[in-house]
Design a protein around this ligand. Structure first.
Ligand SMILES: [Zn+2]
Length: 372
């Protein structure tokens, strides 16, 4: 059974207010450039005779993303305790290698090898239920994880969020503490100055409370833009994560890395197992480059890595349109054009390919669609 659509808007935990959206105009030149970029590089690079043989497929890893634990009534961000315990039990089967996320990022960047089925666990927002429900279970299981903290929420001292004492306790115990902006803003709607302030404030709060700056970043709501990605890079992070599905690999853009969202709706053991077993398509030369959408619908193009076979079975789905027609522009170059524009907010495209042994190669992408 093909994986169909993945968790789509399920991982948002705050609605996008219409007032927060801003239309970003994109000129005709950009549109034309996008069209040409889509059509050319894959064909030229791949069709050339006498090229080296496809190299052995490089290492990859899968990152899981959670928010709340055992908080019924919030199914879009919550995982039920029974579901989470089933995931932990699956991870304890010996099939997977659960590693700290910084270690995985460093390995992929340097080309070091990782075991097949390497998995990282991440949790966003530092809700109190992480401390209460997730941490004791993860500690018992001996599993490393990363906590992405938006600092204003912890500063606010609300009962829904962890305290700095609790964050410190986790950091001391070896949990990776990572950044998630200050105010959990829709960063792609902010001015570059405001994005810079978000990251600076966040970094300053971590320095003050924990004595260090996190190395990893996650975009709130998984929403990014070219400018936001540049800001994350300039702020000194080594990698940044979205909320689109797929596997990490060494050729990926380390400032827009995928994670599988786990919540009540997309939290069954079957889906967890499928995600944990995912392999990459090694997609590169992705167009449009900017996750904040200009021309809408986009001409979504990508080149699949050398060495991947059976490309006729490649299937793509859109969060808004269902199954999409896949055009093959070259031996490894593909393009999909959704038939109608995406509505404002978040939009996702997922492309999958059977990898044998019941496993899937997965390449997902999330666009932020500016509103009026
Ligand atoms: Zn968040």
């Amino acid at each position: 059974m093909p994986p169909m659509q993945d968790a789509t808007s399920g991982s948002s935990h705050r609605p996008l207010p219409a007032s927060a959206r801003r239309f970003i105009p994109v000129g005709a030149a950009t549109f034309l450039a996008a069209l040409f970029l889509t059509a050319l590089p894959g064909v030229a690079a791949d069709g050339r005779p006498g090229q080296a043989k496809p190299r052995a497929l490089a290492p990859s890893a899968v990152v899981m993303m959670y928010h709340r634990f055992g908080e019924s009534g919030l199914p879009a961000t919550n995982i039920r305790i029974a579901q989470f315990e089933a995931h932990l039990k699956e991870l304890a089967t010996g099939t997977y290698d659960v590693r700290p996320l910084p270690e995985i990022v460093a390995a992929l960047k340097s080309g070091r090898t990782l075991k097949d089925r390497t998995v990282a666990l991440t949790i966003d927002d530092a809700f109190r239920s992480v401390y209460r429900e997730a941490w004791p279970r993860l500690r018992r299981a001996g599993l490393p994880f990363t906590l992405f903290v938006a600092t204003d929420a912890v500063d606010g001292g609300g009962r829904d969020f962890m305290t700095w004492d609790q964050v410190r306790e986790m950091a001391k115990a070896g949990v990776t503490i990572a950044a998630h902006s200050a105010s959990h803003a829709h960063l792609a709607t902010l001015t570059p100055e405001a994005v810079g302030r978000e990251l600076e404030t966040s970094n300053a709060r971590f320095e003050k409370e924990l004595g260090f700056r996190p190395r990893l970043f996650a975009y709130p709501y998984g929403e990014a833009s070219g400018a936001v990605i540049d800001a994350a890079r300039a702020a000194g992070y080594t990698a940044a994560f979205g909320q689109h599905s797929g596997a990490l690999h060494g050729q990926a853009d380390f400032f827009y890395l995928p994670r599988f969202a786990l919540n009540e709706r997309f939290g069954s053991l079957k889906r967890f197992r499928r995600a944990a077993n995912v392999l990459p398509l090694y997609a590169t030369d992705i167009t449009p480059r900017d996750p904040t959408l200009g021309p809408n619908p986009p001409a979504f193009g990508f080149t699949v890595g050398a060495g991947i076979r059976g490309l006729r079975a490649l299937t793509c789905y859109s969060s808004a349109h269902g199954k999409l027609k896949v055009s093959r522009l070259g031996p490894r170059r593909f393009e999909v054009r959704p038939p109608r524009p995406f509505a404002a907010g978040r939009a996702r495209i997922n492309c999958t390919l059977p990898a044998g042994g019941g496993r899937w190669r997965w390449f997902g992408y999330q666009f932020f669609v500016p509103g009026k």
